[in-house]
Design a protein. Structure first.
Length: 512
């Protein structure tokens, strides 16, 4: 039974529990998880607050050494951690290895930032006076993450937060608790003191109530959340009542524009990976391919051909995608499939819905009866007014729309109101920069898929995809530090800003 860790100690198991199963073999239990309550999350925030002063006083380069040690531990345990990810959330093993590598890359980047938490020395407008700026930690950071990237995305919060001198309370998705436990054990062996990282396994309602109580008690300096737009808006409203700005990384309805001059086979390859990789369960998954009318029919033909030829099945093998992560996502995807209407044309597989003996998929790898496996679906003819066009689907489905002018393509790309990731396939630089300037996405890819992040590039979205906060790279440091300015007057007298300022006397009437 997995139990929460507060202040370095396991808390007793309560009466409520959750059973995490392997979505590729739903009869196999991965972990039994004791669910904590709201008061436990508050207790974790108190423990983190008690540990924060001492951790803040550890010199940043030394905190960087702990981050570097974590990176080395992750690399040494890469295959073992990837196997846990594959088993608990059904991510294909090759993708799971890539996810674990993201943690190592994040650690490698931020290890050096411990020596670069730079402030600035600024010249004063008065003599014998110095102006300085400092980065200070925000205090306790409460991190709430989803389970589709159960170890990489948490590292985007936890690693820079710890590096900056904060302590962390982490609430992972309960259906990814074994992944969280494995990651916590690596952190605990990297030289991070007890109480600096606390892990609370809880469900959504108890987490929200606990966060509400912790904010009311003044225990939390920053909230980081990765998850749905609906929950993110509630967390944003809660934090706003306490004059805090959370770091929100929410859903996406990510467009891919394919122009008339695009390399179609390359665009299809990108659409296949970003639309169906991780079974479409990424915030950066392709939502709608917006294809020029002259290329539309051929694009659909090629994508249909590629989707039908792709291997789906057991995630321990070489497959395009495995099962949906959890029954709740399978139920949600069933509702999404109900959005397919009579005006749409369906491609991509020998059927739609769950793959079974009665609804088979050619070339399926394994036994479909074991897990939560679904057919890939390509829906041609979507557009404004369709739920499939307007909403995040979080499953293996890609919509296709048609356009005539680039203005129309940009309007379609922006119409759903999300703004996370967007892609354009073209050989015309003018189209690239016109699209970049006008699309609402926080991240733009050119001749590449909508999915894919690097540890030193800002990650985040706008609109329904987030509140403009950014993760990764040096940009995330502004989420986990506050700027403090200091002026030091050593003139021995009071010098008043904007009043006791030396003046120059130019002759502005001079002319050559």
């Amino acid at each position: 039974m997995l139990t929460s860790v507060i202040g370095g100690s396991r808390i007793p198991a309560g009466p409520r529990s959750y059973r995490s199963v392997d979505p590729a073999r739903v009869s196999e239990v991965v972990a039994d998880v004791a669910l904590a309550g709201a008061d436990d999350l508050v207790a974790a925030c108190r423990a983190a607050r008690a540990a924060q002063d001492a951790w803040r006083d550890v010199p940043p380069p030394v905190r960087g050494q702990a981050v570097a040690a974590l990176g080395r531990l992750v690399e040494a345990n890469k295959e073992a951690l990837a196997r846990v990810v594959t088993r608990e959330v059904g991510k294909p093993y090759a993708e799971a290895l890539g996810e674990v590598q993201e943690i190592a890359d994040t650690c490698a980047f931020f290890a050096g930032e411990g020596r670069r938490l730079y402030g600035r020395t600024v010249p004063s407008e008065m003599p014998d006076k110095q102006l300085l700026t400092f980065r200070d930690p925000v205090g306790v950071v409460t991190v709430i993450t989803a389970g589709n990237f159960p170890v990489a995305v948490p590292s985007w919060y936890i690693v820079p937060a710890l590096l900056c001198g904060n302590t962390v309370v982490w609430k992972p998705a309960e259906y990814a608790a074994a992944c969280a436990e494995a990651f916590y054990r690596l952190v605990a062996h990297a030289g991070i003191p007890d109480g600096v990282l606390n892990v609370v396994y809880a469900d959504g309602p108890e987490t929200f109530r606990g966060l509400e109580l912790a904010l009311e008690a003044g225990l939390v300096g920053k909230v980081g959340f990765t998850g749905s737009t609906e929950v993110g808006s509630r967390i944003g409203a809660l934090c706003g009542r306490h004059l805090q700005t959370p770091c929100l990384e929410l859903g996406g309805k990510n467009p891919m524009v394919v122009t008339e001059d695009a390399d179609l086979p390359l665009a299809v390859e990108g659409a296949l990976f970003s639309g169906f990789g991780t079974a479409g369960q990424r915030c950066t998954s392709l939502g709608t391919a917006i294809v020029h009318e002259s290329a539309h029919a051929e694009f659909v033909r090629l994508l249909d051909e590629a989707a039908r030829a792709a291997t789906v099945g057991d995630p321990s093998g070489d497959v395009l995608f495995g099962p949906l992560i959890d029954q709740r996502f399978a139920d949600g995807f069933e509702r999404v499939l109900g959005w397919i209407g009579p005006d749409h044309t369906v491609h991509g597989s020998s059927g739609t819905g769950r793959i079974t003996a009665a609804n088979p998929r050619a070339g399926f790898a394994g036994d479909p009866a074991d897990g939560l496996y679904y057919h890939p679906v390509i829906v041609d003819g979507v557009g404004p007014g369709d739920d499939l066009f307007a909403h995040e689907t979080f499953g293996p489905v890609v919509g296709v729309a048609s356009y005539r002018t680039l203005d129309e393509a940009v309007a379609l790309a922006n119409a759903p109101g999300y703004g996370l990731s967007a892609s354009i396939y073209t050989t015309d630089p003018a189209k690239v920069f016109a699209f970049r300037r006008r699309v609402s996405a926080g991240m733009v890819s050119v001749n590449n898929s909508t999915s894919g992040a690097e540890a030193h590039l800002p990650f985040g979205g706008n609109g329904r995809s987030g509140n403009g906060s950014r993760q990764s790279g040096v940009w995330v440091l502004d989420q986990f530090t506050r700027w403090q300015s200091m002026n030091w007057d050593y003139s021995g007298r009071l010098q008043k800003a904007q009043m006791d300022v030396p003046e120059v006397e130019p002759d502005l009437a001079f002319r050559l």
